[in-house]
Write a protein that binds this ligand. Structure first.
Ligand SMILES: [Mg+2]
Length: 272
């Protein structure tokens, strides 16, 4: 598949046409970091372009559902995107924050395990992690270790692999992202569960999802299952390409766009 091969002007954008034909019955779902917001050295420096936020707000007026699915905590994703009237699934689907909600709902499957990852991390040698450039991000039930920008990223990543193996022997599941290891309780959540939870709203029969990373593949697969089961008539999986993209992203996407600017252009086309 060539980049943006089917999305240009001139009638080749059939996948988008299916969404635009009946927007009230269509959902637009998007990952945040690396998809709406360009990847930056430190997650706290990420910025969603103002135009992307405007488009999501505008699309929310016409489409049945607009939602962001993020590895960040749901409230943090909403702060970053800056649009209150859309839905957010945070912590890779462990939290759901619907329009107007003040606090996210936690996945009930987490009951009793909310602190497992934090307790595991607390038992590690914090000074040793810091000296390797492994930075902790406390996301409540999920704890992340980032090594982007470490003096020796290979060494930091090697330590992250050891930690993942240790965590895997407890009741934690390691998940890998772009220069980040996430430790989460086993069971519940996942971007696949987030997609299913958001699309459970009545009346949506078509959906598009865009993502840039390995965890987004879970969302792709769930969308296809929903289509195969007849819950959706149309499902479009958009891979947001970067130099760090896992190879499976291009293999499993229906369409590819070049970075967050490519996805922004597709949102512009949907809003036309
Ligand atoms: Mg991402």
């Amino acid at each position: 598949m060539s980049l943006e091969s089917e999305t240009g002007a001139g009638g080749k954008d059939a996948p988008l046409d299916r969404l635009r034909a009946d927007p009230r019955r269509a959902a637009i779902l998007t990952d945040v970091d690396g998809t709406l917001a360009p990847i930056v050295e430190q997650p706290e420096q990420a910025v969603v372009p103002a135009r992307a936020s405007e488009l999501l707000e505008a699309l929310n007026r016409d489409f049945g559902l607009v939602g962001c699915i993020s590895g960040r905590q749901a409230l943090e994703a909403r702060r970053l995107v800056g649009v209150d009237g859309i839905a957010y699934a945070g912590n890779h689907g462990l939290e759901l924050l619907m329009p107007g909600d003040e606090q996210p709902q936690l996945d009930p499957a987490l009951a009793g395990q909310e602190r497992s990852a934090a307790e595991f991390i607390a038992a590690l040698d914090a000074a040793a992690l810091a000296s390797l450039g492994l930075r902790l991000e406390d996301k409540g039930p999920i704890q992340s270790l980032h090594w982007r920008g470490a003096a020796d990223e290979h060494r930091a990543k090697a330590r992250a692999h050891e930690i993942a193996a240790e965590a895997g022997r407890t009741k934690l599941e390691p998940r890998w992202g772009r220069k980040v290891l996430e430790l989460r309780p086993i069971g519940g959540g996942g971007k696949d569960a987030a997609v299913a939870a958001l699309l459970a709203a009545d009346g949506v029969s078509a959906a598009i999802y865009a993502g840039d990373d390995r965890t987004d593949l879970d969302a792709f697969r769930r969308l296809r299952e929903l289509r195969d089961e007849g819950e959706l008539k149309s499902a479009v999986c958009v891979g947001v390409v970067s130099a760090e993209a896992p190879p499976e992203l291009a293999e499993e996407a229906d369409l590819l766009v070049d970075g967050p600017s490519g996805w922004l252009a597709m949102l512009e086309a949907l809003a036309e």
